[in-house]
Design a protein around this ligand. Structure first.
Ligand SMILES: *Cc1c(COP(=O)(O)O)cnc(C)c1O
Length: 410
């Protein structure tokens, strides 16, 4: 990606080699670089325009150590369940929390009120009425944003939550009616709109255009209904380029367009919220799995690792080859030949008994041997968090969190 990242990657390779000398069992670990995480996110918050706030979407990686590292840097956390609210509150009792999701139960709405959630994103007419009902019983007024499912087409991101038929939000044509309903309710305080619409958008200019579109819509409704907008939540969805690590989302172009957009369209009192998951935590995570076997079948080469999609489901879910490097391990314990492969295309498969347990397909490597360790990059978001850990009952990977000094080995 860039020079700093490569230094970090080299250090992580060195660290794995030294950890491997202490471990007899096949190596399998998630390794998180908290220093890199802090530096990356500090840069994001420092370079966003002053009217913006960066929230972290907890579902991308809800590990307590990650949340603790992020709490002093981000402006708050975005959650999608009572469980996530509780995880955040265990780490920080005061940090702002905003709560969305299409299937909130009564317990979750009550829990959000109890835990002092700053904003609820109302996803439907019925949910608005349920928030009103529960808030009325508790005799409180709940600040909300209306989640809007904009008319499409919106973008070319990997996943679309809006601009197409989905379970999310209130469709654009019904927004005037939803505004009228929200305003007629006594225990709901409409403070603006929520527009999360996509995941893994790599196009910085396209993302700025999407946000301009959101701002235009919000200003139109504000004018028509004489609404005072305090918050505009433009969602997450900033992507990671897993196919070409050198060409990532162009953050400097994005923030300069955002600056311009705010100058041109600015509403002095409206705060723009971002709730990014992938873009915050993907880069700080690495998944390392030791090669147990190298074999050939029907003309293809396979490296089979101690690990797999039950630890790291993302490549199977998205049907992509996840980028990796091979960490050479020189020690060989057996008194017979070491299986190895050079300058060949290899498919990296896991330990599960299903042909879907594949992490990368037909990737040419200079050399790979049984006993080497494969290091997958950019695994800090939607990695461990979305995987089916106990399928086949293999041991879980180690979770290693590196802090400032741990990486000072050269
Ligand atoms: C998942 C999600 C996010 C985070 O999305 P990323 O693509 O990880 O940035 C933000 N907001 C909502 C409502 C979500 O569901």
């Amino acid at each position: 990606m860039n020079a700093t990242w490569n230094i970090t990657a080299n250090r992580i390779e060195n660290l794995i080699q030294s950890l491997k000398t202490e471990r007899k069992k096949p190596f399998c670990a998630y390794i998180y670089d908290l220093k890199q995480l802090r530096e990356h996110v500090s840069l994001l918050t420092a370079t966003l325009p002053s009217q913006c706030r960066l929230f972290y979407a907890v579902k991308a990686n809800s590990d307590a150590t990650i949340l603790k590292a992020l709490a002093p840097i981000v402006h708050g956390f975005e959650v999608a369940s009572l469980g996530e609210i509780e995880k955040v509150r265990t780490v920080d009792t005061r940090i702002p929390v905003i709560f969305g999701g299409p299937a909130k139960t009564d317990d979750e709405i009550q829990g959000a009120i109890h835990h002092g959630v700053s904003l609820l994103h109302a996803e439907s007419f019925h949910e608005l009425r349920r928030i009103e009902y529960i808030a009325g019983q508790l005799d409180v007024v709940v600040p909300i944003l209306l989640r809007v499912n904009l008319g499409g087409p919106l973008s070319t991101a990997t996943l679309q939550m809006a601009g197409v038929p989905t379970q999310f939000g209130i469709e654009e044509a019904q927004v005037p009616e939803a505004i009228a309903l929200a305003r007629s309710l006594q225990h709901v305080d409409l403070q603006g709109f929520h527009f999360h619409a996509m995941s893994n958008n790599l196009d910085a200019e396209g993302h700025a255009r999407f946000i301009t579109h959101c701002v235009d819509k919000a200003q139109t409704w504000a004018g028509e209904f004489d609404l005072r907008i305090s918050y505009l939540n433009v969602g997450g969805g900033i992507g990671v380029n897993y196919h070409d690590l050198e060409r990532q989302f162009d953050w400097p172009v994005f923030t300069s367009q955002l600056d311009q957009l705010i100058k041109d369209h600015g509403q002095p009192n409206a705060t723009m919220l971002f709730e990014c998951g992938r873009y915050v935590t993907a880069a700080c995570g690495h998944y390392a799995a030791e090669v147990l076997d190298i074999k050939q079948n029907h003309g293809k080469h396979f490296a089979v690792v101690r690990g797999g999609t039950h630890h790291f489901r993302l490549p199977a879910a998205w049907k992509h080859s996840h980028p990796f490097t091979v960490v050479p391990i020189d020690e060989w314990r057996y008194p017979f030949a070491r299986p190895e492969l050079s300058d060949s295309a290899v498919t990296v498969a896991g330990e599960l008994c299903t042909p879907n347990d594949v992490l990368a397909r037909d990737v040419v490597v200079p050399r790979i041997r049984s006993g080497d360790i494969i290091l997958f990059r950019y695994t800090g978001a939607y990695g461990w968090a979305i995987s089916h850990h106990d399928f086949l009952s293999h041991p879980h990977p180690e979770q290693i969190f590196l802090d400032r000094d741990d990486l000072a080995i050269d």
